[in-house]
Design a protein around this ligand. Sequence first.
Ligand SMILES: Cc1cc2nc3c(=O)[nH]c(=O)nc-3n(C[C@H](O)[C@H](O)[C@H](O)COP(=O)(O)OP(=O)(O)OC[C@H]3O[C@@H](n4cnc5c(N)ncnc54)[C@H](O)[C@@H]3O)c2cc1C
Length: 389
Amino acid sequence: MPNDILIVGAGPSGLTAAIELYRRGYRPRIIDQLPEPSPYSRALAINPRTLKILGPCGAREALVRRGNKIRTARLFGPEGELVKIDLGQLPAPYDFMLILPQTETEEVLAETLQDYGGTIERGTTLKSLHQIGGRSQVVLTLPDGSDQHVSPDVVIGADGAHSPTRHMIGQSFKGSAYENEWGLADVEVETDLPLDGISVFDRAPVLFALFPLGGKRVRLMSDQADILEHVPEMLRIAEVHWHSTFKISHRLVDSYQSGSVFLVGDAAHIHSPFGGRGMNMGIEDAAWLAWQISTGRTDEYTEDRRPVAHQVIESVDPSTRLMASERFWAKFVRRTLIPLYARSHRFQDRFLPVISASDTPFPPWLSVEGIGSGDHTEMETLPRTARHG
Ligand SMILES: Cc1cc2nc3c(=O)[nH]c(=O)nc-3n(C[C@H](O)[C@H](O)[C@H](O)COP(=O)(O)OP(=O)(O)OC[C@H]3O[C@@H](n4cnc5c(N)ncnc54)[C@H](O)[C@@H]3O)c2cc1C
């Protein structure tokens, strides 16, 4: 069993890896190049699967206390509401999507890590990594600028989309990028629209989405970089807290493992934020890897986790293109077929598992630890590792 574990990156994936390893009796080292946590929030949606995963370590209660529970999603066309989806149909007790800015999710995870006795070594950067004779030779740059040479048993690269770890182990990141820049803004709005759910506005050629953050504060997202120029009439902006742009790519590594180095989260896969799966999947990768380290099954990590990211990319990429397309057929699908289909049971049966992530294999350790109550429908999709164990 490895004793000396280095986690590179203290985003949601790295923090979860550290917590889940501490929970299992390890004392990993976790570093981040940033002297302070990033003040900018990207992810907002925490799905039911993540809440189940973060139950045993004790983070779930704080997340649920601080987040906004959302049970409705609406799609608006040019003439008004096209369809209202009842997320309350998700199986209890997690019959909601939790909306919480990523900065706060990271705060809760860092506090949970601290409760286990873990500390993030901030201002510490992975400078180089070589594997010699199956062992990692790592150079870190410490906050005072000096170099430290270490040779951990296991390195976990949780260092995000531009992952230096991924580059250093020579993994290519195959995929494609959307050409345009997207916009996001956190604002206060005045509106008659109920701020109790996610709203998507199909205003082709503009796609616009609203996520309620509590009170009058909302996150706006659009396929237009100058997002504030495209706000639907029913929203009046009272105050802008911050706005930014981002680009969307869909990319996936061939292998999540190279010797004793493992990739988790955005270091291994990135895709469109529509569907809210990126951070959630990274948290699940990290928890899965911690379980596999503790059970000596790390050779199955890529086999268990890569198909999940592949499946998500295969569904999120076409959905994002469909939602953002100006083509006649795409508008017809959005404005006529989706509203019709959304009223059927078949839609609920297919859509709810996707947004709750129960369409992917159930974490085996949760059922073993007896935490999967109410999750029996998910048990049918146990992965190979769990079936064998
Ligand atoms: C606009 C937008 C909206 C999104 N919405 C959602 C959503 O609603 N739900 C969802 O699930 N996902 C969403 N995502 C995706 C989500 O933000 C990412 O998937 C998530 O941040 C990935 O977490 P991570 O820990 O893998 O990487 P990161 O959060 O990128 O963390 C990586 C960390 O590694 C550190 N690091 C990098 N290099 C080094 C080095 N050399 N040495 C030491 N440390 C290093 C960085 O400082 C950073 O702290 C969204 C993304 C965007 C852009």
